[in-house]
Design a protein around this ligand. Structure first.
Ligand code: SF4
Ligand code: SF4
Length: 243
């Protein structure tokens, strides 16, 4: 069956559609949705609350701004960008979702995401769990001591922090040092067995960035700049983010 091109946006003026089209490099390909559903088939948030990316895009294109704003579905999107890769027209649905999120007043955004972003802004660690530099160092050294003392063959395991000039600057999701510190060890072992020259930073080591999910551009940029500065200050050659 040949998909029929449907021209969108004829019914009502959409704030979101207009905004997204204005920033698309090719002049607004939201009009080119073929309603093929490829975006929805691979989307991890499809079906939550009876919504999927194709339906969300249709609502935006029809000018159903109120329905979009009142739906929580935009907050289930993982920003994985699978829909863009699947879409034959390369429609940037995550950009649409980002703008929908940014349109919500801060006090009406999901509390968990807001709290995680705020926590990340407290320390130069960028940890969404609010881990300070001192606590981070303590946990890494404590876990390392335990492994060296208790695991045969790993008496000389390394987990350096702030090693100037290391090849790799490794990020770490900050949930692990807080809730499951031993989960950090397998990656340490792999890097050590591979002979990698790596380091954590005392600053900028947290891999996550909830300010991006919150659609807070200024805070997102602050987090990224803090992380980049940490990598540059240690003169590392590559930044390895496992998120
Ligand atoms: S970016 Fe969002 S809408 Fe697109 S596939 Fe991922 S979760 Fe779904
Ligand atoms: S994959 Fe692209 S063209 Fe197909 S329904 Fe989704 S947005 Fe429209």
């Amino acid at each position: 069956m040949r998909a029929e091109e449907i021209r969108l946006g004829k019914t009502r003026k959409s704030l979101f559609k207009d905004h997204v089209m204005s920033i698309l490099p090719d002049g607004g390909n939201l009009n080119l949705c073929l309603t093929c559903g490829a975006c929805a088939s691979g989307c991890p948030a499809s079906g939550i609350g009876d919504m999927d990316p194709r339906r969300f895009l249709r609502l935006a294109a029809m000018g159903a701004d109120d329905e979009i704003l009142s739906s929580d579905w935009a907050w289930w999107c993982t920003m994985c960008q699978r829909c863009i890769y699947a879409c034959p027209m390369k429609i940037d649905i995550p950009q649409l979702i980002f703008n929908v999120r940014a349109s919500r007043p801060r006090e009406q955004r999901p509390k968990g995401i807001v709290a995680s972003c705020d926590a990340a802004l407290k320390h130069d660690t960028c940890s969404a769990m609010g881990v300070s530099e001192e606590d981070w160092r303590f946990v890494v050294e404590d876990v390392l001591d335990e492994v060296r003392a208790g695991q045969a063959g790993f008496e000389k395991l390394q987990a350096p922090v702030d090693k100037v000039g290391a090849e790799l600057f490794l990020n770490q999701n900050s949930r692990e040092p807080v809730t499951e510190p031993e989960e950090m060890v397998p990656l340490w072992k792999i890097l050590n067995l591979a002979g990698a020259d790596w380091t954590y930073g005392s600053k900028g080591w947290a891999a996550e960035n909830y300010c991006m999910f919150m659609a807070d551009d200024a805070s997102w940029e602050h987090i990224i700049r803090t992380k980049v500065k940490a990598v540059e200050d240690l003169r590392c050659k590559a930044w390895l983010n496992t998120e």
